[in-house]
Design a protein. Sequence first.
Lengths: 237, 320, 293
Amino acid sequence: MSVAIETRALAKRFGGLVALDGVDLKVEAGETLGIIGVNGAGKTTLMNCICGLYRPDAGDVFVAGEQVTGQPPHVVAHRGVGRTFQVPRVFRKMSLIDNLLVPVLDHRASDAELIGRAEAMLERMRLIELRHNHAEELSGGQQKLLEMARMLMPDPSIVLLDEPFAGVHPLLCKFMIDRIEEMTRAGKAVLLISHDLTSIYRLSARVVALNQGRVIAEGGVDAIRDNPAVIEAYLGM
Amino acid sequence: MALSSRTLEPADRIYFTLAALIGGVLLVYFASVPLLGGNLAFHFYLMLWITMASAFNVAAGFAGYLPFGYVAFYGVGAFTTAILVKKAAIPIFLALPLAGVAGLMLALLFAPTLRLSGIYFGIVNLALAGVCRLAITNMPDWLTGGSFGLQLGSRAEPVHSFYMMMAVMVAALATILWLARSRLGKALRATRDDPDAADMMGVNVPRIRLYGWLISAVFPAICGGIEAWYTNVVDTETAFNTLITAKTVIYAVAGGLGTVTGPVVGAVAMVWLDELIWRRFPLLNLLILGVATVALVLFLPRGIVGTLLRRKPQWRRYVP
Amino acid sequence: MGLLILNGLANGLIVGGIYALVGVSLTLLYGVLRVVNFAHGEFVIAGSFLAFALFSGLGVPPLLALPVAAVTFFAAGWALYYVLIPRLALSDDPELMSFLMFYGVSIAAAALMLLLFGADSRSIDDTFSPVSVPLGPIYVSTARLVALGITAVLSLALAWFLFRTLPGKALRAAIMNREAIQIMGVDIVRLSAFAFALATALAGVTGVLIALVFPAFNPFSGAEYTIIAFIVVVLGGLGNPMGALLAGVIYGLAEQMATVFLPQAMAQIVGFAILIGTIFFRPSGILGTRMRR
C-alpha cells in the first residue's frame, strides 16, 4: 500500500492565532481517514495546506510521494488531488456541464468525449435534467453534489472532502456516503473532515482527532470514540 | 473547438446560426454605408464603440476585471500608429498590427497588477493610465508632437479607415465568439467566478488571467490606431481622454457583460441614444450619460441582454 | 534653497491637511458602507463651487460658507443615500456595482457643475487682509493659514467624535465588523445613511477649504481629487480614519517636497508611484486596515 498523502510537522499561524501546531499525518491509497475536531481545531486549515491554498509556515506536504509544500493548488491538483469545500464553491455563473468541464480542460480528449463524461457524471448524481442551468440556481444540497461530481471528473487518486454532509438532507447524505464508499473501493485515498460522527465512523477505518492545531488522538474508530482526550475536547468546548 | 469533433446539438446550431446572422447583418449594414452615402462618421464611431465594448467585455465579463484605465491601450495604440506612420514612414497596414503589439506589450507591463482584487485593480489601473499619459506628454516634442499632437498624413482617408474598422470589428466579434465557446473561455469564467476553486480544479489561474488580459488589450490598441488614421490626427488630450474608458465601460455594462451580443446591443443602443440626445440637447449630453449609468446600475445591473437572459434562462443556450 | 524647502514644508502641511480631510471622508464611506465612491472628488469640488457661488453671488465670505456647506451637504448626502444605496445592496456584487454607479454619479456631477458654472476655472480671491503673513523667513498666504487652522480643528473634532461619542464609536465598530454590530441591535441602515451624510458633509466642507487654499478649480478638477483621495485612503489603510489623516499629511508633504526637488514632470508621478507602491508592498496601509474584509 503506498502512502498517498503525508504531512510532517505541518504548522500554520494567522497573526497571533496558531491554526496548526505540528501535524503528522498519513493516508494510504484505498483508505479513508476521518478527521474530527471542534470548530477551530484546524481541520480546514490542514486541508488547505495539503491542497496548496495555504502555504504552511513549517513542515512538509507529500502527495503521491512527491513534495508539494507551498505549491499552488493547480500544481497539487495535477498530482491527482481533488477537493470539495465546506461551503460549496461552484462556478455560479456557469452551467453545470461547464462546471464539470473545468477540471478537465487541459485533457487531451476531444470536446465530445469530455462532454459525454460530464453528462454521465451528472446522470449518476441525478442532476442531468439541470445540466444547462447556471450553478447558482441549484439548491445547497444539489451544489454539494455538483462539487463532488466536478471533483471526480479528472478521476483523482486522492480525494479531500471538507464537511460533505454539512447541512445536507439525510437522504442525500445516504447518497453521498454511497459515492464515497465507491471511491474507497476504487482505490482512492480519502481524507474526510466531518462533524457527523456517525458517517465518519462508518466510512473511516482510521480517525484522527485534532484540537487546537494538534493531533490529540489517532487510531481505529472504537478507540477514538472512547478516548478521554477526545471526549474532553468535544465536551469542554 | 466544439465544431469539429461532434455533431452539433440543435441548441448549438441555433446559437451559431444566430451568431452568423447577427454578424452578417452587421457586415452588410456597415459595408453599405459608404456606398449608399450614409453618415460615415456616425457609423465609424458606432463600429469603434462596438469593438471597444466587446474587447472590454473580455476583461470584465470573461476575466472579471474592471480596468478603469482601459484608455491606456487605446492611447498607446493611437500614438504608436501615428509615430510609425509619420516618423518612420511605415505603411498604415503594417502600423496597425504593430499598434496591437504595443497594446500587448503594455498589457504585459501591467500584468503584475492582475493579482490585485477588484477595487484595488481598478484604481491602480486608472493610476497606470495616468502614468502612461504623463509619460507620453513628457516625451520629446519631435516624437510625439507636443501639445499640437501628430498628423499622420497629408489628408485623412475616411473610407479606407472605415472599412478597416469594419474588418477589425468583425475580427473582434469573431474572437469573442470563439472565446465564449472555447476551453480558454471556460477557464477564464471559472477564474472570474471563484479563483481559488478554479485553481483547485487545475486551472493555472495566473496564466489564464494573463491570456484573457492580453486578448482584451489588443483590440483597443488597434482601435486607437484606426481612429488616428480616420481623423488623421493624434494628441494626448483626445487619445487619453477618460471619456473613452467611461463610454466603453458604460456601453458594455448597458448591454450586459459575459455575453457576446451584450456589448453590441449596448453600444448600438447607447450610441443611438447619444446621437438622439446630442441633436436635441447638446449641452445635456454628459449629464444624461452620467444619469443613464446610475439608472443602469440601479435598474438594469445585468444590462439589456443580461437581464433578458435572467428572465428567460432557457434562452441562454441559444443567444450568443 | 533653504527658503524653497521651508516653503515646501509649509505648503506640504497645508495641502496635506486638505488631502487628509479628503481621505478621511472617503475612508469613512468605504469602511462603513463598503462603497467605493468614485465621485468623491466631484463632491469635494461641488463644495468649492458652493463657496464660489455664495461669495460671488451673495458676497458670503468663505468662512461662513463652511457651515452652510456642512449643513447642505449633510442633507444632500442623507437624501442621496436613500436614493442610491439600498438597491445596490441587493445586487450580486455590491462593491463593484457601487464602483460603476458612482462612476456615473461623477460624470453626472461634473456635467451638472459644467452646466451651472461653465468650464472656466474659478477662484475666490482676496478674502483676507493682510493677504499674506510672515512666518519666520517665509511668507504664507493668510487664506492658507486660516485653512490650515480650520483643518486642524476639524481633524480634532472628528477624532473626538469618533473616539468619544456614541455615534462615532458606532461608526468605528461598524467599520470593524458590520455583521456583529447589527446583532447588537444597531440599525445599520440609519448608521450607514449617517455615515454617508457625514462623509458628504465633510467633502463639501473640504471643498470650501480648497477654494481658500488652491488658486483655481473647475468642474473637471474633481477627477484629480478622487485620485488623491484614493491614494490617501490606500496609504492610510482602507477604513482607517486616523490612518487617512496621517497619510494625507504625509502625501501632501511628499507631493510638495517633490516639486521642490524634482522636475515638474517627475513630481506629478510621485502620487501614482506612492499609490502603486503601497498597494504592492504594504496593501494594508501604513497604519494597517481597521476592518475585516
